[in-house]
Structures are given as structure tokens and as C-alpha cells.
Design a protein around this ligand. Structure first.
Ligand code: NZQ
Ligand code: ZN
Length: 393
């Protein structure tokens, strides 16, 4: 295990009706006036937004509001949000939504605390060390989809316009103060979005599980347990979207997959996320769907660097490859992973995603490695990245 610092301060309020605690939580974490930020309408239609507003009013928290966050959140709305936050003098950002809303709120929180400046903290693979974010307003979350894990993560991903570059900011300062998580709220998700969430949280575990670090038994076992849970409970959710207990297990799995409890003390990979972000920037596809195409292709390309680890994945997560050589079990595991993705309705190829082989040079250009490499399991250069994209075709 390698040395690490780990700080995961997000207060989790989990269960039925917990959104009625939102106002009290904003107060508890110092908010007196919040910017209420939400997406394209699901929270309005479900009545969730009204319940959250009532809770704010009951707790005496004033608020301004800004809806309209799109999946793969755009910088223009962040700019609008920063202006509003400064004009309204809010001291808290309250995101009601999924990863896109939370990430947009995090960006506004940075801008509002740094005199409007937020964009320069969003960078890609062209830089080796991410800029340190000096300040951010506190962010709270009412989560509506189990997926990105942003409710407790250090990250924010925004699509920078007009260049259309999907770039990330990171730092402990971006960890939300609290996350309200009521699994019932996720029951209104379309099956495709539920499945995208399952693919994304599974990928967050893979990015940590596939590591060159030795002697990480605890986090290996944690990763495998959460991956099995995503597969097993995910199947129940896909079969019966109103299965509360399965929704609850999946929702908590999404947080544990990405708050880094499963990644502490190990080198992590993140190449597949790097490759995917270029796809969702160019085609505006769902992040989880992009990962479903990229991640198995990445596995095919890199598994021979450590077949024993991939064989362990096959045997302990998907229950395949017993009695086989490690090399064969590794391949069986990748087949089983693709079969699972297909079973929940995820695309597996560029064509199914709406991506085009002829765009690969453009994807490499926007990835902009600048001679740097991608990935902690195996260091990938531009040629490797291009080869992996070709395996997706
Ligand atoms: O906008 P509304 O109308 O709310 O619709 C959303 C959206 O269309 C809908 N939805 C959400 N909750 C719903 C619902 N529909 C019905 N009922 C509900 N309860 O779902 C759609 C997708 O929402 P989005 O927020 O985009 O989903 P997700 O949580 O998957 O977030 C994806 C974004 O997070 C980033 C991704 O790159 C992508 O931009 N990520 C953020 C990370 C982080 N900050 O740590 C890590 C991830 O790896 C990821 O990169
Ligand atoms: Zn992800």
C-alpha cells in the first residue's frame, strides 16, 4: 500500500423523505442564502424541487434559483450562475440533481468565491499538475440519480464552450458538505439513465481496481464487493424500477465507488475516463454509455500487462474463469463484463453510441496529451489511445 491522505467529510442523510431535512442541513453547514441549482425539469415534474424549497423556507434559508443544467454541463450556464451568485450574495450552493447539476454547482461555487474566476481550474491531460483551487463556497446536494458519485467526490467536470472541451477541476475543497440521498427519488429515472449510472459506478471501481500497486488486499476486496453489488442489485433495479431496497443498495454503491474509500493507498488508472470524456464532449452522449464502449476495449488492450489481476476480476466479480489459465480467465472476464453491460442495455460499440471511426484524430486532438501519458495501470501514449478507440469500432 502507498501512503495517502484521505478526507471524506460529506454528511450523508440517506432514506425515504430525507429531502425534508435539506433546509436544516444548509443551516447546519453555515448557509443563510442558497443558490438552488437544478437540471432540465425532472426535479420540477416529480415535485422534489417544491419539497426542497419548502424545507429551505421552514429552516429560514433564503434562496435564488437557476435551473436548466444539461447533461455534460455547459460553461455558459456556469457563467450565468456565477453572476447570479455574486449579485444575490449567496453563501451556499444547493444542487438538486445528478452529476451534471452537482458539477455545475461546484463550478459556480469556485467562481463565486474567487471573484468570478473558475475556468482556469478546469484542465485536461495537457497539464501534469492540476491548479489548486484556493476557495469555494460550500456545496450541498440533493441527489436524484445514482451514477457519477459527485455527491461526495473531489471533482467537477464541465464542458467548456465554445471550444467544446470537457475538462475537470479537483480538490478536497470540492467535496460537498452534505448529500441527501432518498432512493425513492431515483425510481423515476428512465431505464437507460439507471443503466448509465450502473456502468459509471462500475467504471469508477475499475479505475481503482486495476492498479500496479501491490499489497492492497483491503481495497481490492472492497472494490470487488461493491462491483458485485452493482451487478446483482443493478439487475434487480433493471427488472423492477420500484424495488426500494435494490435502489438503496445501488445508490450507496454509487457513493462508495467514487468517494475514494475504495481507492486510498493505490495508484489509480483513469485512462478510460480520459477517453470517455472526449466522446461525451464531441457527441453529447451519456457518460456511462461512453464508458460502456471504452472500458472493455481498454481492458482488451491492457490485460496482458497483468493477467493475474484480470483473472481475479473475472473469478471474484463475474464468477467466470475458474480452472482456466490466468490469460484465458482474463479474456473470459472481459466477455462477462461486456455481457453484463449489454444485459442492462448499454451500447458496446462506436456505432451503437453514435461515434465515428473517422473522428478518432479529432478525439486525439481534443484529448491533447501534449506528450504526456494517460493511465496509472499502463501508461498510454497517443498511439495506444488511438488503438483503444479503434477497438471500440
Ligand atoms: O435534467 P433532468 O431533467 O433532471 O434530467 C436528468 C438528465 O437528463 C435525468 N435525471 C436525473 N435524475 C432523474 C432524472 N430523470 C428522472 N428522474 C430522476 N430522478 O438524468 C439525466 C442525466 O443526468 P446527469 O446529471 O447528467 O447524470 P450523471 O449523474 O450520470 O452525471 C453525468 C455527469 O457527471 C460527470 C460526467 O462526466 C457527466 O458530465 N462526472 C462527474 C464526476 C465527478 N464530479 O466526480 C465523476 C464522473 O466520472 C463523471 O465524469
Ligand atoms: Zn465516471
Amino acid at each position: 500500500m502507498i501512503d495517502f491522505d484521505f478526507w471524506s467529510p460529506t454528511y450523508i442523510a440517506f432514506g425515504k423523505g430525507k429531502e425534508s431535512h435539506t433546509g436544516g442541513l444548509v443551516r447546519r453547514f453555515g448557509g443563510t442564502k442558497a443558490l438552488l441549482h437544478y437540471g432540465g425539469g425532472s426535479a420540477v415534474r416529480s415535485g422534489l424541487l417544491d419539497r426542497v424549497k419548502s424545507s429551505l423556507s421552514e429552516a429560514g434559508v433564503a434562496f435564488a434559483e437557476l435551473g436548466g443544467v444539461k447533461p455534460n454541463p455547459r460553461s455558459s450556464l456556469v457563467d450565468q450562475g456565477v453572476r447570479l451568485a455574486l449579485d444575490e450574495k449567496v453563501d451556499f450552493l444547493l444542487a438538486v440533481g445528478g452529476g451534471s447539476v452537482i458539477d455545475s454547482a461546484k463550478a459556480i461555487a469556485i467562481g463565486a468565491a474567487n471573484g468570478g474566476e473558475w475556468r482556469r481550474f478546469y484542465v485536461g491531460r495537457e497539464v501534469k499538475v492540476k491548479p489548486v483551487i484556493p476557495a469555494a463556497l460550500p456545496v450541498g446536494v440533493v441527489l436524484t440519480i445514482a451514477a457519477a458519485g459527485s455527491e461526495a467526490s473531489t471533482n467537477s467536470v464541465v464542458n467548456l464552450e465554445p471550444e467544446n472541451l470537457k475538462r475537470a477541476a479537483g480538490g478536497d475543497i470540492l467535496r460537498p458538505k452534505f448529500a441527501v440521498m432518498n432512493p425513492e427519488i431515483t425510481m423515476s429515472l428512465p431505464p437507460f439513465q439507471t443503466a448509465c449510472g450502473l456502468a459509471d459506478m462500475f467504471a469508477h471501481l475499475c479505475e481503482r481496481y486495476f492498479t500496479p500497486t501491490k499489497d492492497v488486499a483491503l481495497s481490492d476486496n472492497l472494490c470487488e464487493a461493491v462491483m458485485r453489488t452493482v451487478v446483482e442489485e443493478g439487475a434487480k433495479v433493471m427488472a423492477d424500477p420500484s424495488d426500494y431496497q435494490a435502489r438503496a443498495n445501488v445508490m450507496w454503491a454509487g457513493t462508495l465507488a467514487h468517494n475514494d474509500v475504495c481507492g486510498a493507498g493505490r495508484v489509480q488508472d483513469w485512462a478510460s475516463h480520459g477517453l470517455e470524456h472526449e466522446l461525451s464532449a464531441l457527441y453529447d452522449c451519456a457518460h456511462g454509455a461512453g464508458l460502456a464502449v471504452v472500458m472493455p476495449a481498454w481492458m482488451e488492450y491492457v490485460h496482458s500487462a497483468d493477467d493475474a489481476r484480470f483473472a481475479r476480476f473475472a473469478r471474484n466479480v463475474f464468477g467466470v474463469g475458474a480452472g482456466e489459465t490466468d490469460a484465458q480467465a482474463a479474456l473470459d472476464g472481459i466477455v462477462a463484463f461486456r455481457r453484463w453491460l449489454k444485459s442492462i442495455g448499454m451500447p458496446l460499440t462506436f456505432a451503437e453510441l453514435g461515434a465515428k471511426e473517422e473522428d478518432i484524430p479529432l478525439l486525439l486532438k481534443t484529448l491533447n496529451l501534449c506528450g504526456n501519458t494517460l493511465g496509472g495501470f499502463m501508461r498510454l501514449d497517443e498511439n495506444d489511445v488511438s488503438a483503444i478507440y479503434r477497438l471500440c469500432v
